[in-house]
Design a protein around this ligand. Structure first.
Ligand code: SF4
Length: 353
């Protein structure tokens, strides 16, 4: 468990992101966590580099609508403070925080506070003795490092942990996760670290995480982007939606457009995405420029639109042609249809509950 979020087994794959505000600025951090949670994140991670951060953490954990993982490097006192401040989990490598007595104190604080842990091995910060042994960061070194931290937790009879073995190189990361999952049966947090900007990082993460998720590897995911954390959550959901692992919000099926388009497909899809960003209920909407592919795509979508001649196209509801609609009224009309459909679905779901 990370707070009230189940991790591993048959639980849904949890989406994580991380704040980039100074943690000591509790108000700014809470505001960013709210945006991250609103975008659909299940869990958020917050760095605690100093005592001012762990002091602010109590207020942050109390205000956060989702469980908070405190990210700790080296400082065992910060870990204890974070556990006492209400963190749901600690991201910490027990081999890097000092002697057995210190590890014992951190484990005791985590246990007393009901905190789980994540062991987070990163190819860029492998311990020197593993680099000396393997000469360079490689899957074997990363897995051996992870298992060495696991052994320390096991010596303290602590088994509420998940593990990550991240690298910025897709091949290295994927190979490390494959080897790790073959050697240990515990939840894995997966990610391609330092993946880059929104576009580059989204592509790299999709390739790396996509392979792992298709093999059944991964229980929580983070898409690391040099971008607004809210974008990390959006990309994570697009990955999970593409693989049919989780669904959230409106999935717009759209054609790339060409000379046959009856309306400006690209601008319409952009406007609809913005207009419908507030929807959380899963629903499919097809926006297709002409009759070549429009009716076929609309058949399997909840709501569809196919561009036509003479300034108007056809709206499809549950796969069937329903009514004609002028192209220049599309965005608001389709957005309202989607909102009405969502209200119906939510009412039916409440009725079943
Ligand atoms: S569906 Fe029509 S408008 Fe869209 S790309 Fe295909 S042919 Fe072009």
């Amino acid at each position: 468990m990370v707070g009230d979020v189940v991790v591993g087994g048959d639980a849904p794959i949890a989406v994580q992101s991380m704040t980039n505000t100074p943690t000591s600025d509790a108000a700014a951090t809470i505001e960013q966590i709210n945006a991250i949670a609103e975008a659909g994140a299940d869990i958020v991670r917050v760095s605690c580099p100093d005592e001012a951060s762990t002091n602010a953490l109590r207020m942050i954990c109390e205000a956060s609508p989702i469980p908070v993982i405190a990210d700790i490097h080296f400082h065992y006192r910060r870990a204890i403070e974070a556990a006492e401040a209400g963190a749901a989990a600690l991201r910490i490598n027990p081999g890097n925080i000092g002697d057995a007595k210190r590890v014992g104190e951190v484990v005791a604080a985590a246990r007393a506070a009901g905190c789980s842990m994540r062991i987070g091995v990163n190819a860029g910060s492998l311990e020197k003795h593993f680099l000396d042994k393997y000469k360079e960061p490689c899957p074997e070194a990363m897995v051996e490092s992870a298992l060495s931290h696991v052994r320390i937790l096991q010596e303290h009879n602590f088994d509420d942990y998940k593990i990550s073995v991240k690298a910025s190189d897709v091949f290295l990361s994927v190979a490390a996760y494959r080897q790790l999952s073959a050697q240990i049966d515990c939840p894995l947090h997966i990610g391609i670290t330092e993946a880059g900007s929104l576009m580059t990082g989204a592509v790299k993460s999709s390739i790396g995480l996509g392979q792992l998720l298709m093999e059944g590897i991964g229980d929580t995911i983070r898409v690391s982007l040099s971008a607004d954390p809210v974008e990390e959550v959006r990309v994570a959901y697009e990955i999970l939606k593409s693989l049919g692992l989780r669904h959230r919000g409106v999935s717009i099926i759209a054609c790339p457009s060409c000379a046959r388009q009856g309306f400006d497909v690209i601008a319409t899809v952009r406007d609809l995405e913005m207009r419908l960003a507030h929807i959380k209920t899963p629903l499919t909407l097809s926006i297709i420029g002409c009759v070549v592919n429009g009716p076929g795509e609309a058949r399997t979508a909840d709501i569809g639109f196919t561009g036509g001649g003479h300034g108007a196209g056809m709206v499809y509801v549950e796969g069937k042609p329903d009514h004609k609609l002028p192209h220049n009224e599309m965005v608001e009309h389709l957005a309202r249809l989607v909102e009405e459909k969502v209200a119906q679905i939510e009412l039916a779901t409440e009725g079943m509950a």
